[in-house]
Write a protein that binds this ligand. Sequence first.
Ligand code: F0G
Length: 458
Amino acid sequence: MKTIIEPFRIKTVEPIRMTTVEQRRQLIKDAHYNLFSLKSEDVLIDLLTDSGTGAMSTNQWAALMKGDESYAGSPSYYRFEAAVKDLMPFKHIIPTHQGRAAEHILTFVVADGHGKGKIVPNNTHFDTTRANFEDAEIDARDLVIKEGLDPSLEHPFKGNMDLDKLEALLASEADNIPMVEITITNNAGGGQPVSMANIRGTKAICEKYGKPLIIDSARFAENAYFIKLREEGYRDKSVKEIVREIFSHADGMTMSAKKDTFSNMGGWLAVNNDEWAEKARTRLIMTEGFPTYGGLSGRDMECIATGLEEIIDEDYLQYRIRSIQYINERLDAMGVPVMKPAGGHAIFVDAKRMLPHIPSLQYPAQALAVALYIQGGIRGVEIGSFMFGRQPDGGEKPAAMELVRLAMPRRVYTQAQADYIVEVFENLKNNISDVPGLEVTWEPASLRHFTARLKPLN
Ligand code: F0G
């Protein structure tokens, strides 16, 4: 069969409140042209993030009832630990309330009281990973391959680490590098996968210099499925075998369970090093909770354990990757400049090319995100000069790229809704040159994109 169907039926539904273009024009004005300030009830298709927004299965809902809320030694922890170790056989599994809490604790351990002068290389640090390292004065270096920085260039593994750059950095700075990290898939670089060969190559360099390799694993199953589809020698392996191999090359991981476990909340830090684990657990008790619950309820840990069994289902992964490719291909065919090939969790639109009449510091990607909302009630997120333009010295600089990310929640939207997204672009394309740029009328001291106010120019 050519048609790939959603491999699930829908038992519970959440009604979407329909709105008109005129209503949305007023709603976004009231929200000062910032999509984070909208009420989610006023959004038709919410593609702000794929984090914590997935639909749980009947088995996950049933697992919630098995949650044991004991402070110490809960059976839910042991089920969670066993489910993680089944895929990622690390010695110490430390639950946290979400991914960034695991990153915070890992940063505390590797900074070891003096982060200044230290460097952590990564293919591309996700925002919170970077923020945690930089907060500890650690230099967070991005070493993705150059193909990964060109949105329109086709390459099967655009998330790969540049191994020559990594080797050169370690050769000159080994004493200052406490760990090396890889992010799978590379979210900040478009949800692009990393190949097994590249993970193996990174590990070989790490071993040469005696450095641990940590994997930021939020979308590990999507990455494993791309390896199965695209990498020589993996076609006949199961996703589970591929996942196990990925983690066999690592010394630890951080995880946001809000992505590839279909859970609304959760995360963990896993390491093999006993000394690191002890420091991490001490910190965990101060900031998250006792080591057998971290920041989580027993029911959350049950939900994650069940989600880990479901996420490696290959019918699900085929549907997941294909549904995003489908939108990407249709937009591409219509001349919308999308990142190619499609990543694992989102469609990225190049607003610099789609709205060439708007200069970077009038935020073309924010302008496009606003226009998508008015036209079709779709909420995406700007990743461009509005998010990154403000400099520490108070000045403003255009970002390298002006993108709108449309992140697809897992198991939530249907094929007709995918077609609707495409149709909204079709309608918008005809009068894209009328879309105005924006100016900021108020902004906070940092992280402005979450709360700043804007208004359209002219
Ligand atoms: N690492 C990656 C690669 C991520 O994409 C995220 C979150 C985190 C770590 C942090 O995990 O949210 O559980 O604290 N990404 C979300 C997003 C927020 O929309 O891309 P968290």
